[in-house]
Ligand binder design. Structure first.
Ligand SMILES: [Zn+2]
Length: 182
C-alpha cells in the first residue's frame, strides 16, 4: 500500500534540474538516462525518509493520546472522590452530589475510548468537558473562574488527545495495523 504513494512522488533531474517522477529511468526534459539500479536505490531512500517522518508523527500521536487518557482518568477519579465527599457531608450546594458519580462513569468510559485511540471519544470528552464546566454551570448560575481554569487546563490535554487520535488513525491506514502498535 505504501508503494502507491510513489506514483506521484517527484525528484529533480540531476542534469537539467527539472522535476521528474521518482520512477523515471529517462528524463522527459533533457533525455538523460538513469541506471535502473540507481533509480531503485533512490526510491528506497525516499520511501525510508517518508516512513521515518510518518513514524515521528506516530510516536508523537501516541504520546498525545497517553497524556489525554491519563488526564481523563485523573478527572474521572477526582469526580468520584468529590461526589462521595460532597454527597456524604451534604455539600450539594457546591454543585456536586452523589449524582455526579454518573458523570465520572461517563468520563471514564470516554477516557477508555481515547485509550483505545478512538477519534469519536476524544472529541466527545472535550465536548463533555465544555458542556459540564461551562455551559451547564452558566445555566445553573454557578459558573466561576475556577470552572474556566479547570476547563482550560483539561481542555488543552483533550485537544492534543484529539490531534493524537486523528493522526494515529490516519497513519494506521498508511502503515497497517501491525506497525502502529506502541
Ligand atoms: Zn533532465
Amino acid at each position: 500500500m505504501r508503494y502507491d504513494l510513489l506514483k506521484d512522488l517527484t525528484k529533480q533531474c540531476p542534469v537539467c534540474a527539472e522535476t521528474i517522477k521518482v520512477d523515471a529511468i529517462k528524463c522527459r526534459y533533457c533525455g538523460q538516462l538513469f541506471e535502473l539500479s540507481e533509480v531503485e536505490e533512490e526510491k528506497k531512500k525516499i520511501i525510508a525518509k517518508i516512513i521515518n517522518s510518518k513514524k515521528v508523527i506516530l510516536v508523537k500521536a501516541n504520546k498525545y493520546i497517553k497524556k489525554a487518557w491519563i488526564v481523563g482518568v485523573i478527572w474521572g477519579i477526582c469526580t468520584i472522590i468529590m461526589s462521595l465527599i460532597c454527597g456524604y457531608f451534604g455539600l450539594e450546594k457546591y454543585g456536586i452530589s452523589y449524582y455526579n458519580i454518573i458523570d465520572s462513569i461517563l468520563i471514564l468510559v470516554f477516557t477508555y475510548g481515547i485509550y483505545r485511540k478512538s477519534r469519536f471519544f476524544s472529541v466527545a470528552l472535550l465536548i463533555y468537558l465544555f458542556y459540564n464546566n461551562i455551559i451547564y454551570q452558566i445555566i445553573q448560575g454557578k459558573f466561576t473562574i475556577f470552572h474556566l481554569v479547570w476547563a482550560t487546563i483539561l481542555g488543552y490535554f483533550f485537544v492534543i488527545g484529539i490531534i493524537g487520535t486523528f493522526n494515529f488513525n490516519k497513519l494506521q491506514q498508511y502503515f497497517g495495523e501491525s506497525e502502529t502498535k506502541d
